[in-house]
Design a protein around this ligand. Structure first.
Ligand code: GDP
Length: 195
């Protein structure tokens, strides 16, 4: 896919709103500010496809994009907002759990990790949730351009070590930069290869 057929489909706040599970689906999860919107925009070659406004008011929404005739891309709400009200957090956690555990056509979850920070406690939470779901997940390091090449190995080592404790983790890590374009072709190929 090259973005030509990418479009925002809908925002979903309850399982009843999910589109039919008639395409291969991949989802993107990550802490707020990890660079998720930028990556989705870069992947789809669109400048403002994923709304960068991951404000706490939108935390419960799961956004669906068509990636091609055969693939959906799902933008999960960013997590780890320090100021989000507990009721909001609990509501979206419930929806997230229902989605991850119940979506038949979901082939892979991409968990985005900031290359500067590595895997944090909140990332571990979502990884543990994914362990109990049927879907494998893959770590995608973002903003790689912000870390010098010689310092990346340390982060990769930490990420590899943490991933090894998660049965649902796919061992291959994708290093990306939405800014420079690193890893985008690799990620597109991974998604296109899922069926
Ligand atoms: P989201 O909250 O996860 O959707 O994050 P955004 O995509 O809105 O990005 C958060 C901030 O990180 C913004 O200021 C982006 O410009 C910046 N950013 C995102 N991706 C990259 C990247 O690959 N390289 C650099 N240098 N900055 C990035």
């Amino acid at each position: 896919f090259d973005g030509a057929n990418s479009d925002f489909l809908k925002g979903v706040v309850a399982m009843s709103g999910l589109p039919p599970s008639d395409r291969v689906e991949v989802c993107f999860a990550g802490r707020s500010n990890v660079g998720k919107s930028s990556l989705i925009n870069a992947l789809t070659n669109r400048t403002r496809l994923a709304r960068a406004s991951n404000t706490p008011g939108r935390t419960q929404e799961i956004n669906f994009f068509t990636l091609s005739d055969s693939h959906y891309l799902v933008d999960l709400p960013g997590y780890g907002y320090a100021n989000a009200p507990l009721a909001v957090v609990e509501k979206w956690q419930k929806l997230l759990k229902q989605y991850l555990l119940g979506r038949a056509n979901l082939r892979r979850a991409f968990v985005l990790i900031d290359t500067r920070h590595g895997i944090k406690a909140v990332d571990e939470e979502i990884m543990s949730l994914l362990d109990s779901s049927a879907v494998t997940f893959q770590a995608v390091l973002t903003k790689a351009d912000k870390v010098k090449e010689k310092d990346r190995e340390k982060v990769l080592k930490q990420v590899r070590e943490k991933l090894s404790k998660h049965p649902a983790a796919f061992p291959e890590i994708v290093l990306t930069s939405s800014e420079k374009g690193d890893g985008l072709a690799e990620l597109r190929a991974i998604i296109a290869g899922l069926d």
